[in-house]
Design a protein around this ligand. Structure first.
Ligand code: GLC
Length: 727
């Protein structure tokens, strides 16, 4: 029987072949490339619609469908449009935003997340889910921090890998984004990022490298911005030399939507699949835009007249076919909005909530059937919709107020708005519309709130940011580090009446909290998705003991941070009018900066409290010297009366480097679950690479012999044990 009959579906051919030859996929791809016409090859490497690229019908290669992510599967759009098609069966489970996932510091939960959202993408017949985002949080003002995994490249990489593997276990490809240096939204479509090599390799590339080498990501998204004055989507240094060269990656580079600007650049710069061209990333393109894509007619002509090599085209086709095959095989059909998926979303959400302050053990709420007053616009505001491309049509979204009412059914739960922000959603598509307009004046809202709280047993203020433009939203950055809509004044007024106010901050970025010492308890509540209200109530009631840790620093003031000049952020225009941004702070991003300048943050990286407390015993090392690897053991005891989880973090300090190095750098962490009174010995292992810095002159990673320290602790500023060792 001809196993390779082109009329057999590709998957069947591959399955039949897999028993007889090694790596049938590569063999099949070679065959197909040999059979494809130039027109079929050219068609395959650029979009045919807003979110899909063609296969090869004649040879049985199916179309390739992508969709956003990363927190759930975006609603279907019309063929050429950004706006939703208005289907009635494409609502999804909304999972917590990736900052919340990072805040769990739990690799197994990240794997659960990837598997779960991958089942939804599979069910919706998507080959590629456009996520996860791993851009480093360089400034708290970046509009898309909420889609990323914090300020530390090691944490971001470690937490991205299981998501990628979970997702791809469904035969749904990830598309790790936005590679690279897309750390702000201001002028994102063309700003040129000026960064030294050491900083590039130590801070901005590692999460992508880990995603590629450990996560085995099947696709990566090239970002809008420029680097070395060349668009990243045409940038041979980033796409060919580093990604496909140094990292030996065999996947497909998919452009961000509208990030391609030139045929030569795209054809020879390392791009494999062009999406969204001729749009500014928001509006629609001309109906025949697909023929005028940069890697369409013009590229075909260039191949025919010998300007471009067919071999280079074949490499693109090979990578796209690999992406196609990897996502067409496998017999699973996924599932959508199942009870299991809601349970997954709720578990990840409640594990990502960070307890920042808890004066006099105010939390969890105690007693039976009293009066709880819930305040704030964010207690009732839907957050799944908004934020632009990650905006989702939730089949279910439990608000904080609804969650509290459900968990405290026997109590009298009263709601007061207290402040009115923007009563409608902006930065969204044509679904999920709502209007929370309240006719009362700000003064009236506050006085009604003050009246309500006077006899309350508990007062919970749910505020923070939202997904509107200039908040946590793609396309724009925030203009102010402080909470919007006059919330600080409202919180001051309320806390004057109730020092035991409980403040829940919903945001995907750090915000100023100058009122922290005036309130009783503070929770960082993120954007938690479909089960947000239930997850928050789980923590408020004590059903879940909070165990989240911050994936980025909350500075007291923006000016405490490393970004001091206009050229550092948002950037300046050069003599040609091109926007230039300079990463002058170099490697001193986040806690690396605050440690080195000994600036006390509001809340440090890696910080988070629990309803119990943990005691760290004496740490020991497997050796005094680093061999291939070095393990540290430390006993951790739950000294309290409730079960809980602790994230034990290990930072490395180079005691005698020839170059300036941060005071400490995260190089290992483990989350340990402990019953009351239980002790477990946590093992943290690092290898030689953990001691390296990047020597830009030699263009290699260097670990200098000498003294090092392992700093083991509960946060980057709560070090419980120090172990000396040598290289
Ligand atoms: C957007 C975003 C990207 C998204 C893509 C498709 O502009 O930058 O993250 O996946 O276009 O919506």
């Amino acid at each position: 029987m001809r196993l390779l009959s082109p009329f057999l579906p590709v998957a069947v051919s591959l399955v039949l072949l897999s028993c007889s030859q090694s790596d049938p996929m590569e063999k099949r791809i070679d065959e197909l490339i040999g059979q494809m016409t130039l027109g079929e090859k050219i068609a395959m490497i650029h979009a045919q619609s807003k979110f899909s690229a063609p296969g090869v019908p004649r040879l049985g290669v199916p179309e390739l469908w992508t969709d956003d992510g990363p927190h759930g599967v975006r609603p279907e759009t019309l063929w050429d449009e950004w706006s939703a098609a208005g289907w009635t069966n494409d609502s999804c489970t909304v999972y917590p935003a990736l900052t919340a996932l990072a805040a769990t510091w739990d690799r197994s939960l990240s794997g659960l997340y990837g598997r779960s959202v991958g089942e939804e993408a599979r069910y919706r017949r998507k080959n590629v889910l456009l996520g996860p985002g791993v851009n480093i949080c360089r400034t708290p003002l970046c509009g898309r921090n909420f889609e990323y995994m914090g300020e530390d490249p090691f944490l971001a990489g470690q937490m991205a890998v299981p998501y990628i593997q979970g997702l791809q276990s469904n035969n749904v490809a990830c598309c790790v984004k936005h590679y690279a240096l897309n750390n702000q939204e201001f002028e994102r479509s063309g700003i040129n990022v000026n960064v030294d090599d050491r900083t590039l390799y130590e801070i901005y590339l590692p999460a992508f490298k880990t995603a590629v080498q450990e996560g085995e990501a099947w696709s990566i998204m090239s970002s809008y911005n420029r680097y070395e004055n060349e668009y990243v989507s045409h940038n041979p240094r980033l796409l060919k030399d580093i990604l496909k060269g140094e990292w030996a990656w065999d996947g497909a580079v998919i452009s961000d939507w509208g990030a391609v600007h030139d045929t030569k650049g795209a054809a020879t710069g390392g791009l494999d699949l062009e999406f969204g061209s001729h749009t500014n990333g928001v509006d629609v393109g001309a109906s025949n835009a697909y023929d005028s894509y940069y890697m369409a007619a013009a590229y075909k002509k260039g191949i025919e007249d010998g300007t471009y090599s067919e071999e280079e085209l074949n490499d693109k086709v090979r990578r796209v076919l690999r992406l196609n095959f990897r996502t067409q095989m496998g017999g699973n059909f996924g599932s959508m909005c199942s009870p299991e998926h809601y349970a997954d979303a709720r578990r990840i959400a409640s594990e990502g909530i960070v307890l920042l302050q808890n004066k006099d053990g105010l939390l969890p709420l105690k007693g039976e059937g009293g009066k709880i007053v819930v305040l704030g616009e964010n207690a009732i505001r839907p957050m799944a919709v908004g934020g632009s491309s990650s905006s989702l049509k939730a089949q279910k979204e439990v608000s904080p107020l609804e969650g509290i009412r459900a968990a405290f059914a026997g109590w009298n739960v009263v709601y007061e708005r207290a402040y009115q922000g923007e009563p409608t959603v902006t930065g969204r598509y044509n679904y999920g519309l709502y209007d929370l307009t309240d006719p009362r004046s700000d003064r009236q809202l506050l006085s009604d709130a003050l009246a309500a709280i006077s006899d309350a047993d508990y007062v919970i203020f749910v505020g923070g940011l939202n997904k509107n433009k200039m908040q946590d939203c793609e396309g724009r950055d925030r203009l102010d580090y402080h909470l919007p809509y006059g919330q600080e004044a409202v919180i001051e007024a309320l806390s004057a009446a109730r020092k035991d106010l409980i403040f829940i901050n919903l945001s995907g970025s750090p915000v100023a909290m100058p009122f922290a010492d005036k309130v009783g308890a503070i929770l960082q509540g993120w954007y938690l998705g479909s089960e947000a209200g239930n997850a928050l109530a789980d923590v408020l009631s004590g059903a879940v003991n909070p165990s989240g840790k911050l994936p980025f620093t909350f500075p007291k003031e923006l000016s405490d941070g490393p970004v001091k000049t206009e050229r550092q952020y948002p950037g300046v225009q050069d003599e040609n009018g091109r926007w230039q941004v300079y990463y002058d702070e170099g490697i001193y991003v986040g806690y690396r900066w605050y440690d080195s300048r000994d600036v006390e943050p509001q809340w440090p990286f890696g910080y988070g409290l629990s309803y119990t407390s943990f005691d760290y015993g004496k740490a020991s090392a497997s050796s005094k010297k680093m061999g291939k690897s070095l393990s540290f053991k430390i006993p951790v005891t739950n000294c309290g009366t409730v079960a809980g989880a602790e994230v034990v973090q290990l930072y490395v300090r180079d005691m005698e480097a020839s170059v300036d190095r941060p005071f400490k750098e995260l190089k290992a962490f483990e989350k340990v679950y402990l019953e009351p009174g239980q002790t477990k010995t946590v093992t943290l292992t690092i290898d030689r690479d953990a001691l390296c810095f990047f020597d830009a002159a030699k263009h290699e990673w260097v670990a200098e012999p000498g003294d090092f320290q392992a700093l083991i602790g509960s946060s980057s500023r709560d070090i419980r044990a120090v172990v000396d060792f040598r290289l």
